[in-house]
Design a protein around this ligand. Structure first.
Ligand SMILES: Cc1ncc(COP(=O)(O)O)c(C=O)c1O
Length: 393
């Protein structure tokens, strides 16, 4: 089938909850995809930050297929060596104690919210100490509760009633954060870099204040690293830039190298909050997904890979900064947003697609989340397309 036929078939059978582009991707290798008509495309988006090792990485694909030949799913009432090894390695690498396995970012955040609230209830016995402070412009997922947690009013529509118990504070507004603390608050939840909200990096002083207030009022600190985690910022976790250790960390997107996984990592007393029967997820810890995730972990624990990633990220950033009509670049590592001058990011995205480059947007910015394995040649080729688009649109 060609792209047009695939798109027609898909739209006739799938609800239209996305404003999709006319692109049917069929295969790929590294940072290059190919559409159903054979057109090659350089990928600066990696499936919104999920294909961390690029398309069809050989070692990753072998590990996944070997596990599929061995055993594809194990009930969470039993144990499995691949999931055990993955959890052991991930908690060791992130300096956390225990994790919960889910399948998506929203699910990881649901778990974080449940742990924060249950810990508060277990300790204080107060059913009103349940409020979670989140940030304006945040994004935490699409379930009814994670939409509630998301600090963007336009997401609080249609699906009433939303889960109560969230309060929104403007990012980097220390005074507003202080004023939001009251006896009902049990946690503060934030992204170190707001991804969907426009690639906005939190200021160090604001992060320090979150942790100081949390300590003072015995609040849980919850970092949503669904987008920033797993090497995206050229560090394993974005938390490393800020020198803090949140009680709860959520990860998803790049963790499985393109397979669905979301985890909620916990430290200290937070690791002991969930007890049998209080939470679950049928597919959580799926061994095929964990086999792929183990290859991601192996790559990210290789110092040579991480050193190269840091160099590549600096090269990517300076290439982006030097493009015409780019006013400023925000973000860290390979999570970058470009504010443009006199041209809409959505128009650039469409023109770039025509010329063979996949790129993303976030609010008014052009957003780049390329695979961590992208080559310098592919960076140059993608930037050349962007240059042409920015000069001529
Ligand atoms: C920071 C953050 N949290 C949560 C989510 C939701 O993840 P998922 O779509 O896997 O549920 C996203 C997705 O974009 C995200 O960027």
């Amino acid at each position: 089938m060609n792209s047009k036929e695939i798109i027609e078939q898909y739209n006739s059978a799938v609800v239209s909850s996305y404003g999709r582009l006319d692109l049917a991707l069929e295969c790929g290798s590294g940072a290059q995809g190919t559409d159903a008509d054979g057109k090659p495309l350089i990928d600066f988006g990696s499936g919104i930050g999920t294909n961390s090792l690029g398309y069809a990485d050989n070692e990753w694909a072998d590990a996944v297929s070997q596990q599929a030949h061995k055993m594809q799913h194990v009930s969470n009432y039993y144990y499995n060596s691949t999931a055990a090894e993955f959890a052991d390695k991930l908690t060791a690498m992130t300096g956390t104690d225990k994790l919960f396995f889910g399948n998506s970012g929203a699910e990881a955040n649901e778990c974080a919210i449940k742990i924060a609230r249950k810990r508060s209830f277990d300790k204080y016995g107060d059913p009103n100490r349940t409020t979670i402070i989140t940030l304006v412009n945040s994004f935490h997922g699409r379930t009814v509760t994670t939409l509630s947690a998301t600090g963007q009013e336009h997401f609080h529509n249609y699906f009433f009633p939303f889960t109560p118990g969230f309060k929104y504070v403007e990012a980097n507004n220390i005074q507003a954060l202080r004023e939001a603390i009251d006896p009902t608050v049990c946690a503060i939840m934030f992204e170190f870099i707001q991804g969907e909200g426009g690639v906005n990096v939190l200021e160090q002083s604001f992060v320090d204040e979150i942790f100081a207030l949390a300590k003072q009022h015995d609040l849980a600190t919850v970092s949503d690293e669904v987008q920033t985690g797993m090497g995206r910022t050229a560090r394993l976790l974005a938390a490393e830039y800020f020198g803090v250790k949140p009680d709860i960390v959520t990860l998803a997107k790049g963790l499985g190298g393109g397979l669905p996984i979301g985890v909620c990592l916990t430290r200290g007393e937070y690791a002991e909050v969930l007890t049998p029967g209080t939470h679950g997820s049928t597919f959580g810890g799926n061994p095929v997904v964990c086999a792929g995730g183990l290859v991601v972990l192996k790559r990210l624990s290789d110092p040579a890979f991480m050193a190269e990633l840091e160099k590549k990220a600096a090269y990517f950033r300076s290439s982006l900064e030097n493009l015409p009509k780019v006013k400023s670049v925000t973000g860290l590592g390979l999570m970058l947003g470009a504010e443009l001058d006199g041209i809409a990011a959505s128009d650039v995205l469409k023109a770039a697609l025509d010329k063979g480059l996949l790129v993303l947007t976030a609010k008014t910015k052009l957003r780049c989340l390329p695979p961590l394995t992208i080559s310098y040649e592919q960076i140059d080729a993608g930037m050349a397309i962007l240059k042409e688009v920015l000069e001529n649109e």
